[in-house]
Design a protein around this ligand. Structure first.
Ligand SMILES: [Zn+2]
Length: 412
């Protein structure tokens, strides 16, 4: 059968999985896979269900459990379900089993852990993040099997734990203990972030640096400011002085939007309770999203210099603390086969140009990139992850599933 005709049939078959996709989402949503770091039971129940169902589908399923005595059974599951291909190299599709807690229940219009279908939308905790990834990879595999087609590479669905709370018991564990599972020749797709029209293929992330500034001076009555040292004024000057970072670290990279590093003062802790007191203690935070070309230690050194100047000028004491620091690994190259194959498949299914790009947040793909494995993050999102009334749409599930099926057939 000619290739195009073949894929037309795969696409039609996937469009026919509508009800089965809803049924799978329903089973996933009701198995509450909140991790123990968020006081949940872990991913065990969801993994047991998936192991049985994927085995029934005809896949070979292995588990690489990460020990964790905080959950029943004493370990966190990391499943790998395989479908043989024409070649031994693997196409990996990595989704995560865990979900974030429901959050404030009164903000939900229905029970977060019971699927609600309304028109094209499927509501429930996890429907987008990351059941979307599980469902589209599952039904892409099923479509090939139902059509009697062999994927060009072996397909491996990785369903990992602990993505929402650091990945130490999930992908981090697999890379530390089962590194031989992955090869530089494999293609790795992570359906866990993207944009609303499915055209963004994420290949790079900005580095993240969160700093806490504590300024100590001397409190006094506001009518006699000469007796005190006003930390709020010092704070304001420091915030303005830090704007020089934007000018000094001014490289641009059009992979990102905005294409620059950003240095934003964000949280300000409360100081005095009344208007007629000069504050002698202030705390604020800086959120830095830095292009991967810069070493974060350079930023920190510069921040310390700026603060020391202000310290002298205002007679305050400034302590800087690093709250979080994540140096991004180098980007997955645009010419990497996973990026090229994925972009071609997106363009064919959605009839829109796909665009490799970077994001300011961070995803689990950074762990792959850190060990030199080229990974691409992609899916079509409704941008409701971690929010009340999280949902995904059947239209996006079907379209994204068709994209993955195309990649499975094409990935040479
Ligand atoms: Zn996620």
């Amino acid at each position: 059968m000619p290739q195009d005709r073949q894929f037309e049939r795969v696409k039609q078959r996937i469009a026919g999985y509508r009800d089965e996709m809803i049924a799978l989402q329903r089973e996933l949503v009701r198995r509450v896979a909140v991790g123990p770091d968020s006081d949940g039971p872990g991913e065990g129940e969801k993994a047991a269900f998936l192991t049985e169902a994927l085995t029934q589908l005809g896949l070979k399923v292995e588990n690489y459990p990460a020990p964790d005595d905080r959950v029943a059974g004493g370990s966190r599951p990391n499943l790998v379900a395989r479908l043989p291909g024409s070649r031994p190299e693997t196409l990996w599709i990595l989704s995560h089993l865990d979900v974030v807690p429901a959050g404030e229940l009164q903000l939900w219009e229905s029970d977060p852990f019971t699927l609600r279908v309304e028109g094209d939308r499927l509501y429930g905790r996890g429907t987008e993040d990351d059941h979307h990834g599980i469902v589209i990879s599952w039904f892409a595999v099923k479509a090939l099997m139902d059509e009697g087609l062999t994927p060009s590479r072996q397909v491996a669905l990785a369903l990992v734990s602990d993505e929402e709370t650091g990945s130490q018991k999930g992908l981090g564990y697999l890379l530390d203990h089962q590194r031989e599972l992955f090869s530089e020749r494999d293609l790795i797709i992570v359906p866990d972030a993207g944009n609303a029209d499915g055209t963004l293929v994420e290949i790079s992330e900005k580095s993240l640096l969160w700093l806490r500034f504590e300024i100590k001076g001397r409190q006094c009555h506001a009518s006699k400011p000469q007796l005190g040292i006003n930390t709020l004024r010092a704070c304001a000057h420091l915030i303005v002085a830090l704007e020089t970072l934007q000018k000094e670290f001014n490289q641009t990279d059009t992979l990102f939007f905005p294409p620059i590093s950003t240095f934003e003062s964000t949280k300000k802790e409360a100081n005095v309770l009344n208007i007629n007191t000069v504050p002698g203690h202030d705390v604020f935070y800086l959120d830095c999203r830095v292009l991967p070309v810069y070493d974060l230690s350079l930023i920190k050194t510069r921040v310390t210099e700026i603060a020391s100047t202000l310290q002298v000028r205002f007679g305050v004491e400034i302590n800087i603390q690093t709250v979080q620091e994540v140096q991004s690994p180098p980007a997955t190259p645009i010419e990497a086969p996973v990026v090229q194959t994925l972009c071609r498949a997106i363009e064919e299914v959605y009839q829109r140009p796909a665009r490799p790009g970077g994001i300011g947040g961070s995803t689990v793909a950074a762990l792959f990139r850190r060990v030199g494995l080229p990974a691409a993050v992609w899916m079509t999102v409704c941008d409701t992850a971690h929010q009340p009334n999280e949902y995904t749409t059947l239209e996006n599930l079907i379209g994204d599933c068709q994209v993955l099926a195309r990649v499975m057939l094409d990935a040479g």
